[in-house]
Write a protein that binds this ligand. Structure first.
Ligand code: GTP
Ligand code: MG
Length: 200
């Protein structure tokens, strides 16, 4: 997949505000600060398209970026961000769930996971929610530049072990780094394949 153009289209606070042109889209989700916006920036290679921050809770809306004039990458707010008032957090969670379940043109959701931490309940439960609702998703272990290969593999295995209790097979999995650009080509190839299957 070659990215020829990438531009910000709009920020939405609800599903009803999202673009209505039914172009295929792929979205990025995961706990706050895991690197969703940064990954979008290295995938497109168009600089600081999505806003990033060292402070969790940066992305607070559903952001659509139009790629090659015919599909979208979507940057979503993080889940599990404790510093936000409970009421606001509940509203985001409901908005995210509605987007995920009802967005018909969503080809795949990339669930980003920080492998530096032990398997997190919020990540496991979130993927179970996707399974129950038959939402296609892939796992992305981010920030691989911050760990040794051994501890990274151990962390992925820890997730696999927990998931295989309830899942028959494991989802497609990527390892990424915005520093080394690891995983960029693999994800772009996967996106191309998903789009080819979609248009068949
Ligand atoms: P929210 O929008 O707050 O939910 O966060 P986010 O998931 O979009 O994270 P963001 O892309 O803003 O990145 C958070 C921090 O992690 C930033 O300081 C990034 O520079 C850093 N970061 C993201 N990905 C990587 C990576 O692969 N390697 C390293 N070393 N740092 C990363
Ligand atoms: Mg963000």
């Amino acid at each position: 997949m070659i990215i020829r153009s990438a531009r910000f289209v709009k920020s939405s606070t609800e599903l009803s505000q999202c673009p209505s042109d039914h172009l295929p889209e792929l979205a990025f989700i995961g706990r706050s600060n895991v690197g969703k916006s940064s990954l979008i920036n290295i995938l497109t290679g168009f600089g600081k398209l999505a806003k990033t921050s060292g402070e969790p809770g940066k992305t607070r809306t559903i952001n659509h970026f139009l790629i090659n004039d015919n599909w979208y990458l979507v940057d979503l707010p993080g889940y599990g961000y404790a510093k936000v008032a409970a009421k606001q957090r509940e509203k985001w969670t409901n908005t995210l769930k509605e987007y995920i379940i009802r967005r018909e043109n969503l080809l795949c959701l990339f669930v980003l996971i920080d492998p530096r931490h032990k398997p997190q309940k919020s990540d496991i439960e979130f993927m179970e929610f996707l399974g129950i609702n038959s939402v296609p998703f892939a796992r992305v272990f981010t920030k691989s530049d911050k760990m040794s290969r051994d501890s990274l593999n151990r962390s992925v295995r820890d997730y696999d072990t927990i998931m295989l209790v309830n899942w028959e097979s494991l989802p497609v999995t990527f390892i990424t780094s915005t520093v080394t650009k690891a995983g960029r080509t693999a994800i772009l190839d996967f996106i191309e394949e998903s789009m080819n299957n979609f248009s068949k």
